[in-house]
Ligand binder design. Structure first.
Ligand SMILES: O=P(O)(O)O[C@@H]1C[C@H](O)[C@@H](CO)O1
Ligand SMILES: Nc1nc2[nH]cnc2c(=O)[nH]1
Length: 293
């Protein structure tokens, strides 16, 4: 009934990868973090690290993008057991969507309860500045409009239901926590919230595309995160996501600005410290069983 290409990984495949990882480390993470472009420094915050190169993990794809190291790092963050993807996978790398999101199901099977996704994105909201951190409150899944959804194909109820709700994709308590922590840390001036739109990439947006997305109410545009959020919600994990606004999406034919990956990585470096502090402080406040203390 379903074409072979749409089948993805079976529950047993995912379990085999999860069991392989659990046999190599005593760390039992309840928080899983995904580092966006240029944001891999988040993984370096973990203490007592046990790290695996993606090429050594059964079933894992390889990172092909500059700024994505390709390591899965286990460790503790201020005493809390965490796992961190230092590098993620994107549709434009040529991977089928099921492969991109495989690590999120592995997170679930090793005991992760809360997923924290980070990305680099182009700002469409005219009030946003380069260097702003946007807490994602909702998304537009553009590839999904064309049927490219990580849940397409047969559904395995051991992960979740056939038709998962997405109106609560981004946990409101965690959004509030991020705002509170950001205020406490003095980040009020550059902490924003908004709607993220995923496109397939790798080409950046034309002016017409950026204008269209802006009219649709999109605040930031990127090439990731949404498939991961869908898979995480499908299997019942809480999701928090943020975008670092690394560049302005060009919306004016007179503009000299040109989006480029070097600028994206450079902005990541400039905001790395604050982003790391925001995420690590949040982790210390996320208690086992997803309570916010
Ligand atoms: O992995 P993220 O979404 O942070 O990466 C963004 C999108 C492209 O991969 C790249 C463009 O510079 O950054
Ligand atoms: N699609 C898209 N992805 C990005 N990642 C970082 N900046 C951008 C951008 O301007 N557009």
């Amino acid at each position: 009934m379903f074409p072979e290409a749409n089948k993805g990984y079976s529950y047993e495949d995912c379990k085999a990868t999860a069991d392989w990882l659990l046999a190599q480390t005593d760390v039992r993470p309840t928080v899983g973090i995904v580092c966006g472009s240029g944001l891999g420094g988040l993984a370096d915050m973990l203490k007592d690290q046990v790290a695996f190169n993606y090429k050594d993990i059964p079933n894992f794809p390889q990172s092909t993008v500059h700024g994505h190291a390709g390591r899965l790092v286990f460790g503790t963050l201020k005493g809390r057991p965490c796992v961190c993807m230092q590098g993620r996978f994107h549709l434009y790398e040529g991977y089928p969507i099921h492969k991109i999101t495989l690590p999120i199901r592995i997170f679930k099977l090793i005991g992760v309860e809360t997923v924290m996704l980070t990305n680099a994105a182009g700002g469409l909201n005219q009030d946003f500045k380069v260097g702003d951190i946007m807490i994602i409150k909702d998304h537009l899944n553009m590839p999904g409009f064309a049927g490219i959804n990580p849940l397409s194909g047969p559904n395995d109820e051991r992960f979740g239901v056939r038709f998962p709700c997405m109106s609560d994709a981004y946990d409101r308590e965690l959004q509030q926590m991020a705002m509170d922590v950001g205020q406490e840390l003095g980040y009020g001036d550059f902490l924003k919230e908004g709607i993220y739109c995923v496109l397939g990439g790798p080409s950046f947006e034309t002016i017409a595309e950026s204008r269209m997305l802006h009219k649709l109410g999109v605040d930031a545009v990127g090439m990731s995160t949404v498939p991961e959020a869908i898979i995480a919600r499908h299997c019942g994990m809480r999701v928090f996501a943020l975008s670092l606004i690394t560049n302005h999406a060009v919306m004016d034919y007179d503009s000299e600005e040109k989006a480029n990956h070097e600028e994206v990585l450079q902005t990541g470096k400039q905001r790395a410290e604050q982003l790391e502090r925001l995420v690590s402080t949040m982790v210390t406040k996320i208690e086992h069983n997803n309570n916010y203390v």
